[in-house]
Design a protein. Sequence first.
Lengths: 112, 113
Amino acid sequence: EDQVTQSPEALRLQEGESSSLNCSYTVSGLRGLFWYRQDPGKGPEFLFTLYSAGEEKEKERLKATLTKKESFLHITAPKPEDSATYLCAVQARHNAGNMLTFGGGTRLMVKP
Amino acid sequence: DSGVTQTPKHLITATGQRVTLRCSPRSGDLSVYWYQQSLDQGLQFLIQYYNGEERAKGNILERFSAQQFPDLHSELNLSSLELGDSALYFCASSVTSGNNEQFFGPGTRLTVL
């Protein structure tokens, strides 16, 4: 069974304090790993897709990396507007269609 | 704004009732997905349709059903509602049925009293 575990569950940072969020996954044949941002009461907002170990993608203050067992979302010099829940999800080759299996998320709070 | 629309935004109903949630995908997207998000279960995949046909099924209850119409909009029907069905229901869409990014709508918050 595919499993996605995110840590920490919650993270408090001061504005400008860089950190990383972790996503560990167990999947039989990874087709893709996805990062989303979700604000309270809103739908998840797509951030990145990673397909193979060693791949990296960047967008503003965010950088996502992928290994064979985990992915990291690095946040450089965060601002209060980066406060949100960050979700990691995997797509497996063995599944019909392309359902996403999500982790529980990391709730990030950035204080000014 | 992802381009995916969902109606209604909020729905309050009683146990035993039946409701229909509606989703319009982004222009050009052929695949529609339904997910349920509750506090204890997180975001869970329910079902996927591609160009009108069911493509994949998750842990969707037998009381729940969905369909995708020729104009590609989709409806999720929930019947014999129970208190535990209270959750946020999201629709997502993607261009094809491959490993494309899924874009989520704003969700429908269902409260069963």
